[in-house]
Design a protein around this ligand. Structure first.
Ligand code: ZID
Length: 255
């Protein structure tokens, strides 16, 4: 069977979970990368009976996550991790969470990854308009949300077979301004046509929230990575423009 690594799963409400379940339905072995600060919470939630419904596959069986790797996509190699992160309570007891260490661990356990899913984004100043965003905040959002894909393709590429697939999640605001799509949309009732991606409230976004800005980078990088990694490793690199989903990340922005 195929091995799918999904980066950016920490609960059952986001895209990462829904994609994991579809890949599990299709018979893939599911391994995930989870942000250290939410790792404990995710492990606890997975043990609860209440999570069974979200795990249910089409054949009635429950999805199994074969392994959860700690992964902080802000860091490529151990030298990148600053002391304040190392000593942070939220990272206590977690090790080997840089992208390079994560790929090494996955390689050791599974040998190869057939499908790589990048389902993560973050930005410390996400609620601010661009006009008030600091350089530090802007670059941190790009680092977590866009460069992380470049780094992951660099490092997973060598353990992906020819024909392997990389997919990430983008947002239409990367390429088009959506007039009127601000706080006023927060109570709009929208229903996804996809049965597993059902949500009741469209998240309220300011279109120029700088969390969305790295999506333009992501889309541009996807084209270049498809060219380069296609030639180097024979893998495909694509991004999907996601519809609105009431995930934890979307709620944090004000959905
Ligand atoms: P999620 O909270 O399930 O996933 C984000 C994950 O990233 C979480 O598990 C975090 O722990 C993790 N994470 C954060 N920082 C780091 C880090 N440094 N290292 C590792 N992991 C980290 O939320 P989600 O499912 O919304 O997000 C998954 C992907 O979908 C992200 O790339 C989103 O930008 C993308 N996406 C989501 C939506 C949405 O509605 N939820 C939209 C577009 C793209 C969208 O907002 N019209 C209006 C709005 C939208 C689309 C169309």
């Amino acid at each position: 069977g195929k091995v799918a690594f999904i980066a950016g799963v920490a609960d059952t409400t986001g895209y990462g979970w829904a994609i994991a379940r579809e890949l599990a339905n299709a018979g893939a072995t599911i391994v995930v990368g989870t942000w250290p600060p939410v790792l404990k919470m995710f492990n606890m939630a997975l043990k609860k009976k209440a999570t069974d419904e979200a795990k249910k596959l089409d054949d009635g069986s429950l999805m199994e996550i074969a392994k959860i790797y700690p992964l902080d996509a802000m860091f490529d190699v151990p030298e990148d991790v600053p002391d304040d992160v190392k000593s942070n309570k939220r990272y206590a007891g977690v090790e080997g969470y840089t992208i390079e260490e994560c790929v090494e661990a996955v390689k050791k356990d599974y040998g190869q990854v057939d499908i790589l899913v990048h389902s993560l984004a973050n930005g410390p100043e996400v609620t601010k308009p661009l006009l008030e965003t600091s350089r530090k905040g802007y670059l941190a959002a790009s680092s977590a949300s866009a460069y992380s894909l470049v780094s992951m393709v660099q490092r997973f590429g060598p353990i992906m077979p020819k024909g392997g697939a990389v997919i990430s999640l983008s947002y239409v605001a990367a390429v088009r301004t959506i007039p009127g799509y601000g706080g006023g949309m927060s109570s709009a009732k929208v229903r996804s046509t996809h049965p597993h991606l059902e949500f009741k409230h469209a998240p309220a976004f300011c279109v120029d929230s700088h969390l969305l800005r790295p999506k333009a980078q992501l889309e541009s990088d996807t084209r270049t990575l498809a060219y380069e990694a296609g030639r180097k490793y024979g893998i495909r690199v694509n991004t999907i423009s996601a519809g609105p989903l009431k995930s934890r990340a979307a709620s944090a922005i004000g959905g």
